[in-house]
Design a protein around this ligand. Structure first.
Ligand SMILES: *[C@@H]1O[C@H](CO)[C@@H](O)[C@H](O)[C@H]1NC(C)=O
Ligand SMILES: *[C@@H]1O[C@H](CO)[C@@H](O)[C@H](O)[C@H]1NC(C)=O
Ligand SMILES: *[C@@H]1O[C@H](CO)[C@@H](O)[C@H](O)[C@H]1NC(C)=O
Ligand SMILES: *[C@@H]1O[C@H](CO)[C@@H](O)[C@H](O)[C@H]1NC(C)=O
Ligand SMILES: *[C@@H]1O[C@H](CO)[C@@H](O)[C@H](O)[C@H]1NC(C)=O
Ligand SMILES: *[C@@H]1O[C@H](CO)[C@@H](O)[C@H](O)[C@H]1NC(C)=O
Ligand SMILES: *[C@@H]1O[C@H](CO)[C@@H](O)[C@H](O)[C@H]1NC(C)=O
Ligand SMILES: *[C@@H]1O[C@H](CO)[C@@H](O)[C@H](O)[C@H]1NC(C)=O
Ligand SMILES: *[C@@H]1O[C@H](CO)[C@@H](O)[C@H](O)[C@H]1NC(C)=O
Ligand SMILES: *[C@@H]1O[C@H](CO)[C@@H](O)[C@H](O)[C@H]1NC(C)=O
Ligand SMILES: *[C@@H]1O[C@H](CO)[C@@H](O)[C@H](O)[C@H]1NC(C)=O
Ligand SMILES: *[C@@H]1O[C@H](CO)[C@@H](O)[C@H](O)[C@H]1NC(C)=O
Length: 575
């Protein structure tokens, strides 16, 4: 450990000494570090606390021109965004004719592309982020890589049958490569190529050949940017868990996924001691699961001039506590139900309508729910406590995940959705306090009615609410209104920073006026298919259901919500 520490300190000294604008403050005991570090529950950069609003743009390195990347980052920065989260992976099984790719996984080996349509695109993103005084949070692989359904009937303009991504049931719509966040390769692509039993997703975490390939990729990427102060942190993976489109084996559990984080985070630190490392998991909990890294109750925090974020109270997440909370919510809901009996009555529990009249449910029967029982193989409390994991992460996608929230039948559905998010946010803020590490929401979003035709859940390549050609009268019944989205985002952002989150990253940015080139994901064909009916102009960034795009006023409003949140957490101390 000692050589690493010495390196960190040396590096900080070097960077500081070389900085032309640095003035020596003799009273300071240590020179300010331009890399993002942590002090207890806060992020520190240049000697000041950094709390941030961010956005996601997984497609950023695939944009067609440097100008596009430049003004996209410029627009984000103008909205007060300090951190953009994007993919530092783009795995392919065959070399594509056009567009960005980073790693070929084929014929039993891996080949990294460091050419102009390879890692040099990532170089450009990071260089231009620096220009706009922003940080880039880089994810190293993805849990999700469903194979597209092939519609063998599809033909191209010359009449040749082509493999087409079936994005809407029963239709021939095609999407350019890399339009969806889950179309950049990732764990399942390694498993399909290298695993002994290619049907099991979790072989990614345990197969030595796969780990060697992934760790070599990781070493290449993190070494390349080890000295770059515009990299916020390394994210081990987007949404790591036991299962994906490929199922989990029976031996995968929370220890499998936690151990993987321990191995990869140590590996990253040996190649890059300068940057923080985080998980990228969705924040699922497991009060009862055996821990690889049991929590040691920390001593009372020492007074620090930087710790201007006051410590909050936090209770450990025990099964007893979760069951008691669920019982109270169920009792409240039942009592309302008794007073307002309705013919179709029932309680909405974990996304299903449960009849209360015929079968009595109680909290014990229900258990703690999938967000709290470790069934996805994620125990985010064990992961945040991995020694080289520097901050906690979680996500909030109520259209795709269930957070164990028991809806209040006296409230409209939208209010319950908002409240489920508030509950999830506050639980995770408490976990940050408990483990004395910063905690960030790395992705949050709601599908709107106007986005629903383009919405593709992360474990599929099919748009479940796409237009149905057999029913021309079909109306969209899924999603919230644009106004409700903006309302929910504003409430979540406010509650998150109040509760003590150190960063909140909206999913995902939309950019207009991008250069269109055939065969890339920034393509007029995206709009011609009717997948994004509200978009009438070419050159919009990809939409997987969470874009801020819509009528221009609405987009401006959603960006305003983000901007107001950024302003509410105070001006950037370094500008
Ligand atoms: C925002 O994007 C537009 C293109 O849509 C570009 O013309 C403009 O310069 C960008 N603004 C900033 C501040 O970068
Ligand atoms: C894999 O190897 C075969 C046989 O040498 C070759 O034809 C093919 O192009 C290779 N595939 C890739 C993606 O390199
Ligand atoms: C459809 O296309 C896919 C991809 O090329 C291929 O694997 C599959 O065998 C084809 N199915 C049929 C029925 O031709
Ligand atoms: C259709 O696909 C064939 C085979 O890949 C290709 O040779 C042809 O150029 C394509 N036509 C168009 C218009 O893209
Ligand atoms: C796909 O498109 C082709 C050509 O337009 C058409 O013949 C075929 O019926 C379509 N398939 C479906 C499932 O819509
Ligand atoms: C391989 O996968 C199958 C399911 O397709 C499963 O039944 C079997 O146990 C797995 N074998 C190993 C060694 O994991
Ligand atoms: C990973 O890199 C090391 C060092 O270059 C090399 O020995 C090893 O074979 C690589 N692993 C794989 C699976 O290629
Ligand atoms: C980063 O800085 C260290 C120490 O100054 C140096 O040894 C290393 O070569 C640098 N790495 C890169 C990729 O520039
Ligand atoms: C439901 O949410 C709306 C929109 O945020 C809010 O105006 C209304 O007061 C809420 N209703 C209740 C009963 O909380
Ligand atoms: C950018 O796109 C918007 C909406 O499509 C359009 O109204 C505007 O004129 C464009 N701006 C530039 C600078 O091209
Ligand atoms: C690649 O780009 C060229 C030139 O823009 C275009 O003609 C071709 O159709 C593209 N290929 C694919 C597979 O889209
Ligand atoms: C930190 O300070 C240096 C030197 O004053 C400056 O160049 C850099 O932009 C600052 N970093 C941030 C994130 O503000």
């Amino acid at each position: 450990m000692l050589p690493l520490l010495v390196l960190v300190v040396l590096n900080a000294l070097l960077v500081s000494a070389l900085s032309p604008t640095r003035t020596v403050n003799k009273r300071q005991s240590a020179p300010p570090n331009q890399f993002v570090t942590t002090d207890g529950g806060s992020f520190i950069v240049n000697g000041s606390v950094l709390t941030f609003v961010g956005t996601n743009a997984y497609w950023l390195p695939t944009l067609n021109s440097d100008d596009d990347i430049d003004f996209t980052l410029g627009n984000m920065s103008a909205a007060g965004i300090k951190v953009v989260r994007t993919w530092a992976f783009n795995d392919v099984e065959t070399i594509p004719e056009n567009g960005t790719w980073f790693q070929l996984i084929a014929n039993g080996t891996t080949t990294i592309n460091d050419g102009p349509n390879g890692l040099q695109k990532l170089d450009t993103v990071i260089r231009l982020a620096e220009k706009h005084n922003m940080f880039v949070l880089l994810s190293l692989t993805n849990n999700w890589n469903p194979r597209p359904l092939f519609d063998n009937m599809t033909i191209n303009a010359s009449g040749t049958p082509i493999e087409a991504r079936d994005v809407t049931p029963g239709t021939n719509n095609t999407l350019p490569r890399n339009t969806l966040s889950n179309d950049y390769g990732g764990m399942d692509m390694y498993v399909r190529e290298f695993a002994n039993n290619s049907t099991m997703h979790d072989e990614f975490y345990t197969n030595p050949t796969i780990l060697s390939h992934f760790m070599n990729y990781t070493a290449t990427i993190v070494s390349r940017y080890a000295n770059n102060t515009s990299v916020f942190s390394w994210e081990v993976a987007n949404d790591p868990r036991c299962n994906s489109s490929l199922p989990a084996s029976t031996v995968c559990n929370t220890n499998t996924v936690t151990h993987f984080h321990d191995v990869i985070s140590q590996h990253i630190k040996t190649f890059d001691p300068n940057h923080l490392v985080s998980s990228g998991n969705q924040g699922f909990l497991c009060a009862d699961c055996p821990k690889l890294f049991p929590r040691v109750v920390p001593p009372p925090p020492q007074a620090s001039p930087l710790a201007n974020v006051k410590r909050r109270s936090a209770k450990p997440m025990t099964k007893k506590r979760i069951l008691a909370e669920r019982r109270a919510a169920l009792n409240k809901a039942r009592s309302y139900q008794r007073r307002h009996a309705s013919p179709t009555g029932g309680l909405r529990i974990r996304g299903r309508w449960m009849a209360t009249e015929t079968k009595r449910q109680d909290a014990e029967d229900q258990g703690v729910g999938s967000a709290f029982d470790g069934s996805s193989g994620v125990d985010s409390e064990d992961i945040i406590n991995v020694p080289n994991i520097n901050f906690g992460t979680f996500q909030l996608f109520p259209d795709q995940d269930n957070y164990g929230f028991i809806s209040d039948p006296s409230l409209p559905a939208f209010n319950n959705t908002v409240n489920a998010g508030l509950d999830w946010i506050r639980r995770h803020a408490e976990i940050g306090t408990l483990f004395n590490k910063p905690i960030t929401l790395t992705g949050f979003g709601l599908v709107t009615q106007s986005n629903s035709p383009a919405f593709v859940p992360f474990n599929t390549s099919v748009a479940p609410f796409g237009p149905d050609p057999t029913d021309t009268q079909a109306t969209q019944t899924f999603g919230v209104t644009d106004e409700q989205r903006d309302d929910a985002y504003a409430q979540w952002l406010k509650a998150g920073f109040t509760a003590g989150l150190q960063g909140m990253v909206q999913y995902q940015w939309t950019q207009a006026n991008l250069t269109t080139v055939d065969g890339t994901n920034i393509s007029p064909t995206v709009t011609d298919t009717g997948l994004s009916p509200v978009v009438t102009e070419p050159g919009f960034s990809p939409n997987d259901g969470y874009s801020l795009q819509g009528v221009s006023d609405s987009q401006a409003q959603a960006v305003n919500v983000i901007q107001q949140a950024a302003q509410s957490i105070g001006p950037d101390p370094n500008t």
